[in-house]
Write a protein that binds this ligand. Structure first.
Ligand code: MGD
Ligand code: MGD
Ligand code: SF4
Ligand code: MO
Length: 704
C-alpha cells in the first residue's frame, strides 16, 4: 500500500520589496516587486492612482522576463557578414561598434550612421539617445517606433490645441463623463485596468460609444457599437458633424469664445448627409443620428482615439475630424470633457518629448527653430550651428538602409522593426543590406538576429528611470535588483560609446544625473519638466507636466482657461475625407486590419518568452467572419494564406462572428511567416509619416 507522504508547501517569504511600475504599456500600472528567500521575484499588488492595484496577465507574469532562459548575458559579435554570432567581451563589442561608426562616417559622411529608438525607453534613455545622435554622432538620422504609434494624434493635437499630451486630464476623469466616443481602441485587451473607469462611467448612467470594425471585448462593454468599415473614420466624423449642425446641437457660444475657423468645417460637413455616410462607413443612419444626439446633448463628453483611426495614411485628418466634432459640441477645456489620445508604449508620451524623434529636441522643442536650437546647444555646451537638421521619419529611414545616400550603419535601441515595421519583408532586406547593424536588447529579437553586434541590456527592474504615462504623469521606476553580470544599462552603453567617440559633451551614465540635465534642457519648453524631482514623483504619486518650477503643483488638467496656441483659441481644420491608399478589388477582395491581442505585447520579443502568455496566445491567427469562412471552405483552426501586394503570411483561421464580413484581422505579435507586417501597406500620412497599418486590401486562401 502506498504511504501518504506529506509534501511541505513552501510559503515564499518576502525578503525584499520594491515599489515600481509594469515594464509594458503606457498605463504603467503601479506594482510591487517582491523577492523571496531564494531570490525569486514575483509581482504583488500596489495601490497606484491609475490602476488601483489592478494588472493584466502580462503585468502579473512580467518578472519571468528577468531570468528567462533565452536572456542575453554577454555581448555577441558576428565576424563575417554571413557567419554565426559568438560571445564577446564588452571591450571587443564596444570597440567594434566605435570602429564601424568611424569607418562609415569617414567613408560616407555623418548621416550614414543612424539611430532607431523606442517608445519603451525611459525619459533618460530617450534624452541621451537623442543627444548621442546629435552631439556624439552629429547625424540627422534618428527616429523611433513611436512614429508607428501615436504620431498622427500628436501632430493633430499640436495643430488644433498647440500641444500634444495624450490625455489632457487624469484617467479617473473618464468615470465622470456623461458620454464617451471611443474610436478604434480596444482598451479591454490593450489596457485592461482602464476598464474600471469605463465601467464606473456606465454605472453612473453614462453612454460609451465604441467605433471598431470588430465587436471587441471593449465594444461588448459599451452602450453602443458602431461597426465601421476600415479606413472610413473621417467620413464618420464628418457625418456626426453634419447631424450636430442640422439638429442645432453645436455650442455656438463656445465656438465664438474659444475657437477659430469653424466656418470652413461647416461647409465641408454640409455634404456629409447621413445616407452618404452610411454608404461609406457601413454604419446605419439611425445609429449615426442616435450617436450624434447622445454626444451633442450630454453635459460632458470625451472623444478618445487610439490606433484604429490614427494608423492610416490620413491619420492626422481623422484625428482632426474628431477634434473638430469635440470643439463644435463645446466639449474641450471643460470638466469631464475633451479630446484625448490613448498613447500605447510604456513611455510613448515621454519618448516623444525628449529628442529621439527626427525633428525634435528635448522639452518638445524643435530642431528647425533657431531659439530652440540655441537653448539646447547651451545645455549641451556646443555651438548651435553644430546641431544637425531634422532627419528622415522611421519608415523612410528604414527604407534607405544600405542604399546610396542612405544610412549604412544603424544602432537600434528598444525596437524590433523586422517584425513591427510595415512591409516587413522589404525592411528585413534593407536591414540585411546594411554595412553594420548593432542592437541593444534583452533577448535575441528578430532584428537582433540580423545584427553584427548585439549588446545585452539591463531590464526595467534592474535599473531606474522615469516614464511619462498616457496621462502626462511622470512616474519613477525604482531599481529592485542588480543586473546579471555581463549585462549593462543602455545609459552605460551610450555614455561609454560617446566617450570613445571623443564627444565634446559629457554623457552621464547615472539616470539621476541624466534627469537633472533633462530638467535643464526642457526648461521653458512645451513639455517642461524643470520642476519635477524624483523625490516629488515618489511623494506625489507622479507629477503631471508642464511643471515649470519646484513649487508648481504640476498640471493634471490642461485648457481650462486657454489653449496654448498663439491667440489662446483652439483651431478647427477643414479636413476632407480621403479613402485609404488601397481598397479591395477583384484580386484582393477583402480589407485587412491589424492590431493586438491581450496576452502578447508588440513584436512579442518579451511576451513570446513567457509560458502562460504563450498558452493564452500561442501563434499568429487571422480573425474571419464565419459566413466568409464558409465561402472559402475555411474551418476553425485551418492553416490559411493571406496575400497582399507586399507579400504573403501563413496564419491559423479563427472564426469570429463579431468581425465585419468584409474584414480580416491579424495581430502583429509574431515572427517568421506569421508576421502581419509581411502584408501591411507602408503608405504614409503626409504630415505625421504614419504608415497605414490599419487598412489594406487582401486575399485569403486555404492552405499554406
Ligand atoms: N495586449 C497588448 N496591449 C498593448 C499593446 C500590445 O501589443 N498588446 N501595445 C500597446 C501599444 S504600443 C499601443 S499603441 C496600444 C494600442 O491600443 P489599441 O489602439 O487599443 O490597439 P489596436 O489593437 O492596435 O487597435 C485598436 C482597434 O482598432 C480597430 N480598428 C482597425 N481598423 C480600424 C479603423 O479603420 N477604424 C477604427 N475606428 N478602428 C479600427 C481594431 O479592430 C482594434 O480593435 O496598446 C498598448 N497595449
Ligand atoms: N501591423 C501592425 N504593425 C504595428 C502596429 C500595428 O498595430 N499593426 N503597431 C505599431 C506600434 S503602435 C508600435 S508601438 C510598434 C512597436 O513595435 P516594436 O518597436 O518592435 O516594439 P517592441 O516589440 O516593444 O520592441 C521593443 C524591443 O526592444 C526591447 N526593449 C524593450 N525595452 C527596452 C529597453 O529599455 N532597452 C533596450 N535596449 N531594449 C528594450 C524588447 O525586448 C523588444 O525586442 O509596432 C508598430 N507595428
Ligand atoms: S495594462 Fe499595461 S501597464 Fe498595466 S499590467 Fe497590463 S501591460 Fe502592464
Ligand atoms: Mo504603440
Amino acid at each position: 500500500m502506498l504511504q501518504q507522504i506529506e509534501i511541505p508547501v513552501r510559503t515564499p517569504e518576502v525578503t525584499q520589496s520594491c515599489a515600481t511600475h509594469c515594464p509594458y504599456c503606457s498605463l504603467q500600472c503601479g506594482m510591487n516587486l517582491q523577492a523571496d528567500v531564494v531570490g525569486a521575484w514575483s509581482v504583488a499588488e500596489r495601490a497606484f492612482p491609475t490602476n488601483n492595484g489592478g494588472l493584466c496577465q502580462k503585468g502579473w507574469t512580467s518578472t519571468q522576463l528577468l531570468n528567462a532562459p533565452s536572456r542575453l548575458l554577454a555581448p555577441l559579435i558576428r565576424d563575417h557578414k554571413n557567419g554565426p554570432l559568438r560571445e564577446a567581451s564588452w571591450e571587443e563589442a564596444l570597440a567594434h561598434v566605435v570602429s564601424a561608426i568611424e569607418t562609415t562616417q569617414a567613408k560616407y559622411g555623418r548621416d550614414a550612421v543612424g539611430i532607431f529608438g523606442g517608445g519603451g525607453l525611459t525619459n533618460e534613455k530617450a534624452y541621451l539617445l537623442g543627444k548621442f545622435a546629435r552631439v556624439a554622432l552629429r547625424t540627422s538620422q534618428i527616429d523611433y517606433n513611436g512614429r508607428f504609434c501615436m504620431s498622427s494624434a500628436a501632430a493633430a493635437s499640436i495643430k488644433a490645441f498647440g500641444i500634444d499630451r495624450g490625455l489632457p486630464f487624469p484617467l479617473a476623469d473618464i468615470a465622470h463623463a456623461e458620454a464617451i466616443l471611443l474610436i478604434g481602441s480596444n482598451v479591454a485587451e490593450t489596457m485592461p485596468p482602464v476598464m474600471q473607469y469605463f465601467q464606473a462611467q456606465k454605472k453612473a448612467g453614462g453612454s460609451l460609444i465604441v467605433v471598431d470594425p470588430r465587436a471587441t471585448p471593449t465594444a461588448a462593454a459599451a452602450t453602443m457599437h458602431l461597426q465601421i468599415t476600415p479606413g472610413t473614420d473621417g467620413a464618420l466624423a464628418a457625418g456626426l458633424m453634419h447631424i450636430a449642425i442640422r439638429e442645432k446641437l453645436i455650442d455656438e457660444a463656445f465656438i465664438e469664445q474659444r475657437t477659430e475657423d469653424f466656418d470652413s468645417v461647416r461647409r465641408i460637413a454640409s455634404s456629409w448627409w447621413p445616407a452618404r455616410v452610411e454608404r461609406v462607413t457601413g454604419i446605419p443612419e439611425e445609429q449615426l443620428s442616435k450617436a450624434a444626439r447622445i454626444l451633442g446633448s450630454a453635459s460632458s463628453a470625451m472623444f478618445l482615439t487610439a490606433r484604429g483611426p490614427e494608423q492610416q495614411s490620413h491619420g492626422v485628418d481623422n484625428v482632426l475630424a474628431f477634434i473638430n466634432l469635440a470643439l463644435a459640441l463645446g466639449k474641450a477645456g471643460k470638466p469631464w470633457s475633451g479630446y484625448g489620445c490613448l498613447t500605447g508604449q510604456g513611455n510613448g508620451q515621454g519618448g516623444r518629448e525628449h529628442g529621439q524623434k527626427a525633428d525634435q529636441l528635448p522639452g518638445y522643442r524643435r530642431l528647425d527653430n533657431p531659439e530652440h536650437r540655441a537653448h539646447v546647444a547651451g545645455v549641451w555646451g556646443i555651438d548651435p550651428a553644430d546641431l544637425p537638421k531634422p532627419g528622415r521619419s522611421a519608415y523612410e529611414l528604414l527604407d534607405t538602409l544600405g542604399s546610396e545616400g542612405g544610412v549604412r550603419a544603424l544602432l537600434v535601441f528598444g525596437s524590433n522593426p523586422a517584425v513591427s515595421a510595415p512591409r516587413a519583408g522589404h525592411v528585413q532586406r534593407r536591414l540585411d543590406a546594411l554595412d553594420f547593424l548593432a542592437v541593444s536588447d534583452f533577448f535575441l529579437s528578430e532584428t537582433a538576429e540580423r545584427a553584427d553586434v548585439v549588446l545585452p541590456a539591463a531590464q526595467w527592474a534592474e535599473e531606474e528611470g522615469t516614464m511619462t504615462n498616457l496621462e502626462g504623469r511622470v512616474i519613477l521606476r525604482q531599481r529592485a535588483t542588480a543586473p546579471p553580470a555581463g549585462v549593462r544599462t543602455d545609459l552605460e552603453m551610450l555614455s561609454e560609446l560617446a566617450k570613445r567617440l571623443g564627444s565634446p559633451s559629457v554623457f552621464p551614465s547615472a539616470a539621476t544625473a541624466v534627469f537633472e540635465e533633462l530638467r535643464l534642457a526642457s526648461a521653458g519648453g512645451v513639455a517642461d519638466y524643470s520642476g519635477i524631482t524624483w523625490e516629488r514623483i515618489l511623494r506625489e504619486d507622479g507629477v503631471f507636466w508642464p511643471c515649470p518650477d519646484v513649487t508648481h503643483p504640476g498640471t493634471p488638467r490642461l485648457f481650462a482657461d486657454r489653449f496654448p496656441t498663439p491667440n489662446g483659441r483652439a483651431r478647427f481644420h477643414p479636413v476632407e475625407f480621403h479613402a485609404p491608399a488601397e481598397e479591395p478589388d477583384q484580386e484582393y477582395p477583402l480589407y485587412l486590419t491589424t492590431g493586438r491581442t491581450m496576452a502578447q505585447y508588440q513584436s512579442g520579443t518579451q511576451t513570446r518568452r513567457i509560458p502562460e502568455l504563450m498558452k493564452a496566445a500561442p501563434r499568429a491567427f487571422v480573425q474571419i467572419h464565419p459566413s466568409m469562412a464558409l465561402t472559402y471552405g475555411i474551418q476553425e483552426g485551418d492553416e490559411v494564406r493571406l496575400t497582399t501586394r507586399r507579400g504573403c503570411a501563413s496564419l491559423v483561421a479563427q472564426l469570429t462572428p463579431g468581425i465585419r464580413m468584409d474584414t480580416l484581422f491579424v495581430p502583429f505579435h509574431f515572427g517568421g511567416e506569421g508576421r502581419a507586417n509581411l502584408l501591411t501597406n507602408p503608405a504614409l500620412d503626409p504630415v505625421s509619416r504614419m504608415p497605414e497599418f490599419k487598412v489594406c486590401a487582401v486575399r485569403i486562401e486555404k492552405g499554406t
